[in-house]
Design a protein around this ligand. Structure first.
Ligand code: 2AM
Length: 181
């Protein structure tokens, strides 16, 4: 039997936003080298974490996602320029609340719930920048000193992603992608 893959549904960050964000993150990365900083090419907005998905289930997931994107409008994402934390473990870039982004996440969740993929936590839009080391926490200063761009962009695609654990953290592959209109 082939192996299950750890998967999630996300929207990517366009290259020009990544570049602007990277400039803002660089000084923090230098000041807090013990934090596990997400590589800019891996930045994304998770809409739903699926966990382990058996290879035979992937086409059903893809089919359900294709149906879900047909029903929603492409949202606009706006970075607020500030950061937040989940507990003491995760540092993220804050997004302005957006009803269309919430609707996209809800459509994805509705489409995949019948296949058994349910997240107990409510959707909370965020762009993860760093995680605390196992024995540490995100310092207050990392949240306070983040002065990011206030970029905004129209979401053009929805991605089904695979997370691959490696020696220096997880890397992400795009398994399938659907354009939003
Ligand atoms: P986040 O970084 O945007 O919070 C792939 O693992 C992605 O799925 C992570 O980048 C994380 O998105 C999200 N995710 C949500 N719940 C998760 C969980 N319980 N375990 C691992 N990843 C999770």
């Amino acid at each position: 039997m082939s192996e299950a893959h750890r998967m999630f549904v996300a929207v990517p960050v366009p290259a020009w936003v990544r570049e602007a964000l990277e400039e803002a993150v660089a000084p923090l990365r230098a000041q807090h080298p013990r934090l596990r900083w997400v590589a800019p090419e891996s930045w994304h907005l998770t809409l739903l974490f699926l966990g382990d998905v058996a290879p035979a289930t992937v086409p059903r997931v893809a089919g359900a996602l294709a149906g879900s994107v047909a029903q929603v409008q492409a949202p606009r994402i706006r970075l607020e320029g500030s950061a937040g934390r989940f507990g003491r473990r995760v540092l993220w870039a804050r997004l302005e609340p957006d009803a269309e982004l919430d609707a996209l996440a809800a459509a994805v969740r509705e489409a995949l719930a019948p296949l058994g993929f349910v997240d107990d936590k409510a959707f909370s839009a965020h762009l993860t920048l760093a995680r605390a080391p196992r024995d540490g926490a995100i310092p207050d200063a990392a949240e306070r000193d983040f002065a990011g761009p206030t970029s905004s962009w129209r979401v053009e695609q929805l991605n089904l992603m695979r997370s691959v654990r490696g020696p220096s953290g997880a890397t992400y592959d795009t398994v399938a992608t659907w354009p939003l209109s």
